[in-house]
Design a binder for this molecule. Structure first.
Ligand SMILES: Cc1cc2nc3c(=O)[nH]c(=O)nc-3n(C[C@H](O)[C@H](O)[C@H](O)COP(=O)(O)OP(=O)(O)OC[C@H]3O[C@@H](n4cnc5c(N)ncnc54)[C@H](O)[C@@H]3O)c2cc1C
Ligand code: SF4
Length: 279
C-alpha cells in the first residue's frame, strides 16, 4: 500500500480520483483497513491540504477533537461532545472531519455479516441483538449514528465547506435506501474543508453511555439556543444524526423491541438539556 502526501487540494483531488482513500488521523481508516472493511492501494494524507485550527467561528476539518474540547471559544455543546467522545489517545489523533464521516459501529456490519447495509437482503440486527440500535429512521438499517460532535454541530446550526459546495451539517447525511445504501451525501473525492459554527446564546451536550468513559453514545442530546429558538439534535438514535423539532417528536419514534428504553433516556436528557439552555 502507498501513502501519498499531496501539497495542494488539486493534487489531493487527482490522487483521490482513482479510488484511493483519504486519511485524516487514521483512527477509523486503519481499523477498517485491518478488518478488510475498506480496501485501498493508496492512502492520501490530508494533513497539508485540509485546514486545521480555529479562527473565529471557523474550524478546519483537520482540527483534532482534543483541540476542540480545550478551546474556550468553542460553543459548550461541541466542546462537551468532543470531551465525551472516545479516549484521550483517539481524541489526540482523530479529526473533526474524520469524526463526521466515521462508519457505523453496528457489530454485524463491523464483523462483515452480509446484512442489508453490506448489500444483503435484510437487517440482521432487527432479528438479533440490537440494544444499541436505532429508534428513528430504522426502516431498512437500524444502525445508530456514533458521532457525538455531529449531533452537537447539527443543533448548533453549523455549516460545512467542502471542495465542491457549502451545506448545513445535517445535509451531509442521508438515510440509506435500496438504491443507494450510503449514509452520507459526500461525492467520491469530495473533501471536507471547514466548518462554520455560529455562536449560540447557550448550548449543551448530554450523553448516556454504558460506561462513564471511552464509549459510544447510547443516546446523546445536543441543545442550542439562538435568536429565541432552541434546536435539538440526537446521537445514537438513528442511522444518521437526528434533528428534532421538539421533544414531542419522540412520539413518532419507531423503536425496536430492544431499543424502546432509549426513548426514556432521550426524554430525560432532553428535559435536562432544555433546562440548561433556557434563557
Ligand atoms: C475506541 C474508539 C472509541 C470511539 N468513541 C467515540 C465516541 O464515543 N464518540 C464519537 O463521536 N466518536 C468516537 N470514536 C470515533 C473517533 O472520534 C473517530 O475515529 C475519529 O474522530 C476519526 O477521525 P480521523 O481523523 O482519525 O478519521 P480517519 O480515520 O482518518 O477518517 C475517517 C473517515 O473520514 C474520511 N475523511 C477524513 N477526513 C476527511 C476529510 N477532511 N474530507 C473527506 N473525508 C475525510 C476518511 O476517508 C474515512 O472515511 C471512537 C473511535 C475509537 C477508535
Ligand atoms: S443495523 Fe444496519 S449495519 Fe447493522 S445489521 Fe442492520 S442493516 Fe446491517
Amino acid at each position: 500500500m502507498q501513502l501519498r502526501r499531496p501539497e495542494s487540494l488539486e493534487e489531493a483531488a487527482a490522487a483521490l480520483a482513482n479510488g484511493s482513500v483519504a486519511l485524516g488521523g487514521g483512527t477509523e481508516v486503519v481499523p477498517l483497513l485491518r478488518d478488510h472493511l475498506l480496501e485501498a492501494e493508496t492512502l492520501v494524507e490530508l494533513r497539508d491540504v485540509v485546514p486545521s485550527g480555529v479562527e473565529g467561528t471557523r474550524i478546519g476539518a483537520g482540527t483534532t477533537l482534543r483541540e476542540l474540547e480545550a478551546d474556550p471559544n468553542i460553543p459548550a455543546a461541541l466542546r462537551e461532545a468532543c470531551r465525551l467522545a472516545a479516549s484521550p489517545q483517539v481524541r489526540a489523533m482523530g479529526t473533526i472531519g474524520g469524526n463526521l464521516l466515521q462508519a457505523t459501529r453496528c457489530w454485524y456490519w463491523r464483523l462483515k455479516f452480509p446484512c442489508w447495509l453490506h448489500g444483503g437482503d435484510r437487517c440482521l440486527a432487527k432479528g438479533g441483538a440490537h440494544r444499541e440500535h436505532a429508534v428513528f429512521g430504522n426502516d431498512r438499517c437500524a444502525s445508530a449514528h456514533p458521532s457525538d460532535p455531529a449531533a452537537a454541530l447539527v443543533a448548533l446550526g453549523a455549516r460545512l465547506r467542502t471542495t465542491e459546495r457549502e451545506l448545513a451539517v445535517e445535509e451531509l447525511y442521508r438515510l440509506p435506501t435500496d438504491d443507494d445504501r450510503t449514509t452520507t451525501t459526500l461525492a467520491p473525492g469530495e473533501l471536507l474543508l471547514e466548518l462554520d459554527v455560529p455562536r449560540p446564546e447557550a448550548s449543551t451536550y448530554l450523553k448516556a453511555m454504558d460506561r462513564k468513559l471511552f464509549t459510544f453514545p447510547l443516546v446523546g442530546v445536543a441543545a442550542a439556543r439562538a435568536g429565541g429558538r432552541t434546536r435539538l439534535a440526537l446521537a445514537g438514535v438513528a442511522p444518521i444524526p437526528w434533528l428534532l423539532d421538539s421533544a414531542d417528536d419522540l412520539e413518532s419514534a419507531t423503536p425496536l423491541p430492544g431499543t424502546a428504553y432509549k426513548l426514556e433516556i432521550a426524554r430525560a436528557l432532553i428535559g435536562r438539556a432544555l433546562a440548561e439552555v433556557a434563557g
